[in-house]
Design a protein around this ligand. Structure first.
Ligand code: F0G
Length: 542
């Protein structure tokens, strides 16, 4: 195991990585005002007005503070309907990051520096041709479309699974299908269920909940987000490979306490996917943070750059969905990629129709023309620059360093935080938090905790447990894949150690007074899909 972090930083405190030139002051909101807002929004965390909060850990998605380079790129945004100039440099930035390793072209720089050599622009950007990877270019993107820009991650999931379901019903309308994932995100699972395919989570719950000494966090990482290989093969054999349209690995594994996935695990899943002829996909949200864990903690990667690690990770998959709202890429965006002529494309281009053409038809009808995909030209430019920013080591080190600091402080205060720290968030184990109280899993203690944290301290966190994952609506078998967690997702480049110190003090105070945390009942909409976004709740105070 590596001791890389120690070597990088002899002072034992992180080297600062950025400064703020624009700040937003908070309003001075009183507890009784927050209480009133909670009542009037039915105690639903997603419905609470953000402007009344002190700290917001609801999500790291789209909540990033962009860099000055990203802000300055916005002004170059091209709002043309067809083939805006940002489209070309965004596609090439995808090639840079997912395929070129240490040899990026950084074509966006030509736009940002006002290159006016027309031949150069035509030869390097507008009329280039690519094929064979995730991002066809020129005529190949027209005849075999394989890159689909969309407004956010879940749209790429919708596009993929609604189209795949059509193809599967043409192959065999009567078969029951399953998608195997190391941990489906909530929208991912919901998009799969919506087309009557069953999502199955394939991780090792015992491993995830295993204690880990926080003092070891700098030294090693057990990659608890890994796909459980034994279970994976058992399920493939039990259900039959023809019932499994794809295997899906989420990096990092958000629903499984945000834990990273090792390169070794990715390689084995790739072998299994080849053995059974099942296409292999990533849910690539937070790929850069996952690469940082591989570099820092996985044997053999210490001297390999983040860019090269990312390239290797993606070399194993046949396609991926991604939310570009994560990893500090930007505030809005998503995409779906298929490997040109890869396993997925070959298997599902049936009845004389390329699967990419089917996807593109749906993209145009529902989302937008392929060159903007529902995004503004400004968003596209910010993303083209963001892709180059997030693979920088000092940024990732500072980003994950803050999450590790947060986890360590909670652990020092005996709060049952899942260790080691994830990349984007801190997760508290609510089963352990409420030990020695009469809180049961169906009392949604994590929700009660979040309500109290918001009411008393103006801090918003999010339950990702029996309430969000619909415990009461699931079978005994499905319940095994649900953890009882509360998540604090950290917006990128927005918060500092003092924000974390305030939060740790607030959580510790609630921990001391856990007997007074209310049980929670669902007052409205228990049966709604993705109910945590929309149901009404009622805390039961003693
Ligand atoms: N996959 C994973 C692993 C995610 O974490 C998310 C979003 C999505 C897909 C969907 O992407 O939001 O752009 O549509 N996660 C956010 C979160 C919302 O707070 O964890 P999206």
């Amino acid at each position: 195991m590596m001791i890389y972090m120690k070597k990088m930083n002899e002072l034992g405190v992180p080297v600062p990585n950025h400064k703020a030139y624009v700040i937003r002051n908070y309003k001075d909101v009183r507890k009784d005002q927050r209480e009133r807002a909670l009542i009037e929004t039915e105690y639903n965390m997603f419905s609470f007005p953000a402007d009344l909060l002190t700290l917001d850990f609801l999500s790291d998605s789209g909540s990033t503070s962009m860099t000055d380079l990203q802000w300055s790129a916005l002004i170059h945004g091209d709002e043309s309907y067809g083939r805006n100039k940002g489209y070309y440099v965004l596609l090439d930035a995808f090639r840079d990051v997912f395929e070129r390793g240490d040899k990026p072209e950084k074509l966006v720089d030509l736009i940002l520096t006002g290159e006016d050599d027309v031949d150069k622009l035509m030869n390097k950007i507008y009329l280039t041709s690519f094929e064979g990877g995730f991002v066809n270019g020129g005529v190949h993107q027209l005849t075999r479309p394989n890159t689909f820009i969309v407004p956010q991650g879940r749209v790429s999931e919708y596009l993929l699974f609604s189209t795949l379901a059509e193809v599967l019903s043409e192959i065999n309308p009567n078969r029951k299908y399953f998608i195997l994932n190391n941990g489906h995100f909530d929208t991912t699972g919901a998009n799969i269920r919506a087309v009557h395919i069953e999502p199955i989570n394939v991780f090792n719950k015992t491993v995830v909940l295993e204690p880990f000494p926080y003092k070891d966090m700098d030294l090693r990482n057990p990659f608890k987000g890994n796909m459980d290989i034994k279970q994976l093969e058992e399920i493939i054999i039990q259900k039959g490979p023809e019932s499994i349209p794809l295997i899906y690995t989420t990096i990092t594994n958000n629903s499984v306490a945000g834990q990273p996935v090792s390169m070794a695990n990715i390689r084995v899943v790739k072998e299994i996917s080849d053995k059974y002829g099942i296409p292999f996909f990533f849910d690539a949200c937070r790929f850069a943070e996952n690469a940082y864990f591989i570099k820092t903690y996985e044997e053999g990667f210490n001297n390999i750059s983040i860019r090269e690690i990312v390239k290797e990770m993606f070399s194993y998959v046949d396609g991926f969905t991604i939310s570009l709202k994560k990893d500090g890429l930007g505030n809005m965006g998503g995409a779906l990629f298929l490997r040109d002529k890869g396993k997925f494309v070959q298997k599902y281009s049936i009845n004389g129709k390329n699967i990419g053409i089917r996807l593109k038809e749906k993209q145009i009808v529902t989302i937008g023309n392929d060159s903007y995909g529902g995004l503004s030209g400004r968003d596209i430019m910010a993303l083209a620059v963001g892709l180059q920013e997030v693979v920088k080591l000092p940024y990732l080190k500072s980003r994950i360093g803050l999450t590790q600091y947060f986890s360590k402080k909670l652990a020092e205060n005996n709060i049952p935080v899942i260790l080691p720290a994830a990349g984007h968030a801190v997760y508290i184990d609510m089963d352990k938090f409420f030990m020695e109280t009469d809180m049961k899993i169906e009392d949604f203690g994590g929700v009660g905790f979040s309500i109290e944290l918001l009411k008393h301290y103006g801090i918003r966190a999010c339950e990702l447990g029996p309430f969000a994952f619909e415990w009461d609506q699931r079978t005994e078998e499905q319940r095994k894949g649900i953890l009882n967690l509360v998540r604090f997702a950290i917006p990128r480049n927005a918060y500092s150690r003092s924000d974390i110190d305030y939060t740790v003090a607030a959580v510790s105070e609630l921990f001391k007074n856990k007997e007074h945390i209310p049980k929670v009942r669902i007052a409205r909409g228990a049966e709604l899909s993705l109910r945590h976004f929309q149901t009404g709740l009622k805390p039961i105070y003693k």
